[in-house]
Design a protein around this ligand. Structure first.
Ligand code: ZN
Ligand code: MN
Length: 471
């Protein structure tokens, strides 16, 4: 793609986790039997009147604040008209020219700064399902509050676009305004992408890729599309503004329709809802009550001396950071705690045997574990076993140590007995060590560990082996 710069903007849609839907009192719940959470309002039956859910508005304001936007003092809803089978009303209540927030910015981890054009509130559509006998539609999702976050076309690569989207999702999770479950479609993105000659400030016609619900799809679709557009330009062709879909199995984008403009939607102010005022005092209250945001988290953790990769892993979710904070709260060493979180506990989580959001044991026990290792009460290998048991069954370090019988063997005579037993068996290694092959020391220490199930400090084992062998 030499010679071209990739220009990407993202519209991220996030379903808000409110009790009820945006304009009616139906439950906002995923996974219920189809068409059970519906009423005349979210079905758009004649005469039904919407009423805005203030929890949805507050969530939008908090997101706008977290993104550094200016929050409007007056906002309104608009009607966006279009026909789609999962849109029972034939229109969507959205926002056009008076969104809740505008003019923010976000720093993309590993990327640049991205301007946020607007944060607006709207309602989700229902869901079409294609089944053997034809398409069926579930309106449970119709009217679920949806936040739309529109970025300026400031993203310069598919990787940066993905990192931006991940960051927006992390912010939503930190705010607790969405469960942000990708697999349930709680977070979706539309991306627009165009190319231009490097150095140019013009924007060429863009292609929009709609409704992606996977970070990987987004990155792949954008990479494909950038390459496709470059090829069109190299052949002397033109890119027309259009909407394209992503076919992941085939790894290609395909044309869906030529792009509609705003006027195609015949926007007009929603006649059933009055413009509303947002009290600046209320906004300032919410601003001062914002939780620590992912970027602040990362800066704080860097300040504690964690390495970049550790920072990334510990700051990844609110649950991880909270676990880290509680574990270090009693004075345990931050770097050591981070090592366990990024190592053993992350591995256990990947295997589905631990969950930072619902930990089976108190984070204070990880602090206790780190202190026990530092004091020499537990060896490193024994600590691993303790942690695995805690993850499996909960409880305390003390209980786990007792149950496993792996408190450190402190009695030197006892350790020496174990060392002698190993040396008596490993005659070849002993001969090698006597001959000056220092590298077998590691093997012998390992055998002592195995024999004692990690209850001996490795440095003590190696010192005693050296004494016994006379090296
Ligand atoms: Zn309803
Ligand atoms: Mn939208």
């Amino acid at each position: 793609m030499s010679g071209f710069e990739t220009v990407i903007g993202l519209e991220v849609h996030i379903e808000l986790q409110t009790e009820s839907k945006m304009f009616c009192s139906c439950p906002n719940r995923f996974g219920d039997p189809p068409n059970t959470n519906i009423c005349p309002v979210c079905l758009g039956l004649p005469g039904a009147l919407p009423r805005p859910n203030s929890a949805g508005i507050d969530a939008a304001i908090r997101m706008a604040l977290a993104l550094g936007c200016t929050v409007a003092t007056r906002s309104k809803f608009d009607r966006k008209n279009y026909f789609y089978p999962d849109l029972p009303k034939g229109y969507q209540i959205s926002q056009l020219d008076e969104p809740i927030g505008a003019g923010g910015r976000v720093e993309v981890p590993g990327g640049g700064e991205v301007r946020i054009l607007r944060v607006q509130l709207e309602e989700d559509a229902g869901k079409l399902q294609h089944e053997a006998q034809g398409a069926v539609v579930d309106f449970n999702r119709a009217g679920v509050p949806l936040l739309e976050i529109v970025s300026a076309p400031d993203l310069r690569s598919p990787q940066e676009a993905r990192a931006y989207w991940e960051e927006i999702r992390r912010i939503a999770l930190a705010l607790g305004i969405s469960d942000a479950r990708m697999e349930e479609g709680s977070v979706r993105a539309d991306a627009n992408i165009s190319l231009r000659p490097i150095g140019s400030q013009e924007l060429n016609p863009r292609v929009e890729i709609k409704n992606m619900n996977s970070f990987r799809f987004l990155e792949r679709a954008l990479a494909y599309e950038a390459e496709r557009q470059a090829e069109v330009y190299r052949q002397g062709g033109r890119i027309e503004q259009e909407t394209r879909g992503w076919d992941d199995p085939r790894g290609v984008t395909f044309s869906q329709r030529s792009k509609e403009e705003a006027e195609d939607y015949r926007y007009f102010p929603e006649p059933d809802l009055l413009p509303f005022a947002i009290d600046p005092g209320h906004v300032e209250e919410m601003r001062s009550a914002l939780p620590e945001l992912p970027r602040q988290r990362r800066q704080r953790l860097l300040g504690l001396g964690l390495q970049e990769e550790q920072v990334r892993l510990v700051a990844e979710s609110r649950g991880r950071t909270a676990f880290f904070d509680q574990a270090t709260g009693g004075g345990a060493d931050a770097g050591e705690v981070a090592k366990w979180i990024c190592g053993d506990l992350s591995r256990l989580e990947n295997d589905g045997r631990f969950d930072f959001d619902r930990p089976a044991f108190s984070a204070g026990e990880l602090g206790e574990l780190v202190r026990s290792v530092r004091k020499g009460d537990l060896t490193g290998p024994a600590a691993k076993q303790v942690l695995a048991l805690l993850a499996e069954r909960g409880g305390t370090v003390q209980e786990a140590v007792r149950e496993l019988g792996i408190g450190r063997i402190d009695d030197l005579d006892a350790v020496r007995a174990e060392v002698r037993a190993v040396l008596a068996q490993e005659t070849k290694a002993v001969a090698d060590l006597k001959a000056g092959k220092q590298q077998v020391m590691g093997f012998l220490v390992g055998q002592v560990m195995r024999r004692t199930r990690g209850r001996v400090a490795p440095d003590v084992a190696s010192r005693l082996i050296a004494e016994e062998v006379g090296r």
